[in-house]
Design a protein around this ligand. Structure first.
Ligand code: PLP
Length: 392
């Protein structure tokens, strides 16, 4: 990303930069105290204490007990641990799982794997605004349903699913409720008890901590969920996730969670204003529309379709170093699937035809973005879209 030219980074749902305060907090554990948190000497104890503090900060952010937080390498690992764990531990009750067609590949591919192992998975559809229909969920729930996994915020559109209602329905049918909260944690308040969440994944690199650290919340009170280990070894993380603890990453996640909690209101106001400005100005371009429910949506995300415009050409044009504008980083689809030539599975599930899906881009803002950056982006996108339309 060091091109010698100014960069306007608007792909924060793919990954965020590290907050300087987070970097500062983790540095000692990379340099001066690199001890193993399991070592009994003084330095090991210090590392252990730092992990303990970080765990309490994450528990505080989501309203859980510290014993309910297991550190992982990120959300993909947490999701695999949770879904495969439920499948392995609860199969005697049934082999049916419910999820949604617009989930992240980490969920969908884990479910597909379980299908190959004899589990039955129902993929709920979404309406044209990206929201699920609760009556479809109600009809899908069966006695043999062991798990319902519905994401809180969609990574491509920002659409927020009604997870409280989903949790209540799941519990009334005796199923465990899991939510992929990767995009929501740190942006909006999430309380596991208020929402009735049994399992939830968190990823550091979506909230200004580094890549390679995350967590899984596993409910232990009221409805004790048992998750067997995926990785076996030294018995770390209550035997659920063995492997020497990533102390710098864990410290970073704790500080990032703490900062997110303290600054949530001011950050969300600032970022929402910028996103709304961007959205209003871009909607003035002809044949343009927003993908996803405008109200039930993350404040930082804008998924927008410029009908007839090739989104790849737009994205490449905006990040061209030869351009008169700073280089602008935006995306289409999720980062994990954007190398594929398939249209976004999220947008097609919402009923967009292939052409419209290929004409849609995702702009995701972060707390570091400024009004000046957004004004330049508006100008640059308007110019590029006009050029691309004239080329048709
Ligand atoms: N779930 C969602 C909604 C995501 O956006 C992502 C990452 O893009 C993941 C899961 C995977 O997270 P990680 O990169 O921490 O494995």
């Amino acid at each position: 990303m060091d091109s010698g030219k100014k960069i306007i980074y608007l792909d924060n749902n793919a990954t965020t930069p590290i907050d300087e305060r987070v970097l500062e907090a983790m540095m000692p554990y990379l340099t001066t105290n690199y001890a193993n948190a399991n070592s009994t000497h003084k330095f090991g104890v210090e590392a252990y204490e730092a992990v303990k503090l970080a765990r309490s900060k994450i528990a505080d952010l989501i309203g859980s007990e510290t014993s309910e937080v297991i550190f992982t390498s990120g959300s993909t690992e947490a999701i695999n641990l949770a879904i495969k764990g439920v499948a392995e531990n609860y199969f005697s009750k049934g082999k049916h799982i419910i999820t949604v067609a617009t989930e992240h590949p980490a969920i969908l591919d884990t479910c597909k794997y379980l299908e190959s192992r004899g589990y039955r998975v129902t993929y709920l559809s979404v309406r044209s605004d990206g929201l699920i229909d609760l009556s479809e969920l109600r009809n899908a729930l069966k006695e043999e349903t062991i798990l319902v996994s519905v994401m809180l915020a969609n990574n491509e559109t920002g659409v927020l699913q009604p997870i409280k209602e989903v949790a209540a329905l799941s519990h009334s049918a005796g199923a465990i409720f899991m939510t992929d909260a990767t995009q929501a944690i740190g942006k909006i308040p999430v309380n596991i008890d208020e929402s009735g969440i049994d399992l939830m994944c968190i990823s550091g690199h979506k909230l200004y901590a580094p890549k390679g650290i995350g967590a899984l919340f596993i409910r232990q009170r009221n409805n004790r969920i048992k998750i067997p280990a995926l990785l076996h070894g030294g018995g770390h993380e209550r035997g659920i996730r063995s492997g020497t603890l990533n102390v710098p990453g864990i410290v970073a996640l704790g500080v990032a969670g703490d900062l997110a909690k303290k600054e949530m209101i001011s950050t969300s106001r600032k970022v929402a204003d910028l996103r709304n400005l961007l959205e209003d100005k871009l909607l003035s371009i002809e044949n343009t529309r927003i993908n996803g429910n405008k109200e039930q949506r993350l404040f930082n995300t804008l998924n927008i379709c410029f009908q007839g415009v090739d989104s790849d050409a737009l994205i490449m044009g905006l990040s061209n170093p030869e351009d008169e504008f700073p280089m602008i980083a935006i995306s289409n689809g999720s980062a994990c699937t954007s190398s594929s030539i398939e249209p976004s599975h999220v947008l097609t599930a919402m009923g967009l035809n292939e052409n419209d899906a290929f004409s849609s881009i995702r702009i995701s803002l972060g707390k570091q973005n400024t009004r000046a950056e957004i004004e330049i982006t508006i100008e640059a996108i308007k110019k590029r879209v006009k050029e691309l339309k004239n080329m048709i």
